[in-house]
Design a protein around this ligand. Structure first.
Ligand SMILES: Cc1cc2nc3c(=O)[nH]c(=O)nc-3n(C[C@H](O)[C@H](O)[C@H](O)COP(=O)(O)OP(=O)(O)OC[C@H]3O[C@@H](n4cnc5c(N)ncnc54)[C@H](O)[C@@H]3O)c2cc1C
Length: 363
């Protein structure tokens, strides 16, 4: 099995099996009221229903790579999603539709699709967590996002107490968002991805990736090359989980890239006039997406910037906040996040928003 769901092994780590820090990549989070492990879709639904019958709050947790859980933990039932597997459910022309169990480790799935010559997920290599969590924030990297290949999501609807199959158009996908994020109405049971049978990647859209591959933006490359290069680039930024590297004890990017109206972007340019043009990309409509990493760095929070209790900005990437001592509290991490958010706002007037889901804590 991949290391996606490995539990922390630091000596300073928690030993109580119900301590949620054991199940998060930040190694943070207090106790669960009750911890349940579900290994298939029926069991996931059953565990959720049983918790509801006990009138307990429910937290669905998979790889724990996009959550910040408070020091008080979660007083209700935490259902750990550990279902596995995928199968082809449709083949049409050169496309293949794969149904993936929610708990399937994401990078194992990407590896399997690359091996089989199914194109569409290769640039999402090396992202931790589960397949079932990818629709939650429309996981994306290096110019690809899952909204491009997801055709349906099977979920347990806790409002109507039924299992539903939702078409991609009903999932409300947006930049690092969907109708599932910040909602506990749906529990994802499986996800259908439509991929293309091809030995080549989709057109490479990300300039840094194209450079590393030695091709032009828009070119296609062998799937295995795309995967290996993405993983190498990510590893250099501490963005592939590594139990031995505290720079990866994070949730990846802590803040999303701010999306600004044109007017707000012009204000930013004025405030940053001494620093040159802020890195930015056109968004949908007349909006501009700016680099959160650049804002943070230029506001005085460089790589390695330390907060209390051994929390710090990763030494490899300005956007990742790490619990590098392995023994910090969520309060310490949140304090660092607040300091950065407030510092960026004071310097540039741009609000930063957290990318992970905050559970029983707030910044
Ligand atoms: C080193 C590192 C690098 C990362 N790089 C990227 C990146 O490049 N791009 C990117 O988009 N993300 C990135 N992430 C964030 C994270 O890996 C993804 O968001 C991932 O999809 C989270 O999966 P998970 O299984 O760990 O979710 P969890 O952290 O377990 O859960 C996240 C949220 O989804 C909910 N959830 C999980 N499973 C289900 C389910 N089956 N049904 C309903 N709700 C569910 C949880 O309740 C929670 O609200 C990175 C994280 C780390 C640590």
């Amino acid at each position: 099995m991949s290391d996606v769901y490995a539990e922390p092994t630091t000596a300073a780590g928690p030993t109580d099996p119900a301590t949620l820090a054991r199940y998060t990549t930040l190694r943070l989070g207090g106790p669960a009221g009750r911890l349940e492990i579900a290994t298939d879709a029926d069991e996931i639904v059953r565990k959720v229903r049983e918790a509801e019958a006990r009138e307990e709050a429910v937290l669905v947790l998979a790889g724990g790579s996009n959550v910040v859980i408070g020091d008080q933990g979660f007083p209700g039932t935490v259902v750990l999603v550990r279902s596995r597997g995928f199968r082809v459910v449709a083949e049409e022309g050169d496309t293949v539709t794969v149904r993936v169990a929610a708990g399937e480790p994401w990078d194992d799935l990407v590896a399997a699709t690359v091996e089989r010559g199914w194109s569409g997920l290769e640039c999402l290599s090396g992202i931790p967590g589960s397949a079932g969590a990818t629709p939650i924030q429309n996981v994306g990297a290096y110019g690809q996002e899952v909204a491009e290949t997801i055709v349906a999501v099977e979920a347990y609807d806790r409002t109507h107490h039924e299992v539903v199959r939702m078409a991609a158009a009903d999932c409300g996908f947006s930049y690092r968002g969907s109708i599932f994020k910040y909602s506990d109405r749906w529990v994802v049971l499986s996800v259908d991805f439509r991929l293309t049978r091809s030995p080549l990647s989709g057109p490479v859209r990300y300039a840094e990736l194209a450079r590393a591959l030695g091709v032009e933006v828009g070119d296609r490359v062998p799937l295995a090359d795309a995967r290996a290069t993405v993983r190498r680039l990510r590893a250099g930024k501490g963005m592939v989980l590594d139990a031995a590297d505290p720079d990866t004890w994070s949730v990846g990017s802590f803040f999303t890239n701010p999306v600004l109206e044109r007017e707000a972007y012009e204000l930013l340019r004025e405030r940053a006039a001494d620093l040159g043009e802020p890195p930015h990309w056109p968004g949908a409509g007349d909006v501009v997406k700016v680099s959160a990493a650049w804002l943070i760095d230029k506001a005085g929070f460089g790589k390695g910037y330390a907060g209390p209790e051994g929390v710090a900005i990763s030494g490899k990437h300005t956007l990742a906040l790490t619990n590098r001592s392995g023994a910090a509290s969520t309060a310490a991490l949140v304090a660092l996040a607040r300091e950065i958010r407030d510092g960026v706002h004071a310097r540039f007037g741009v609000p930063l928003h957290p990318e992970p889901v905050l559970i029983n804590c707030t910044i």
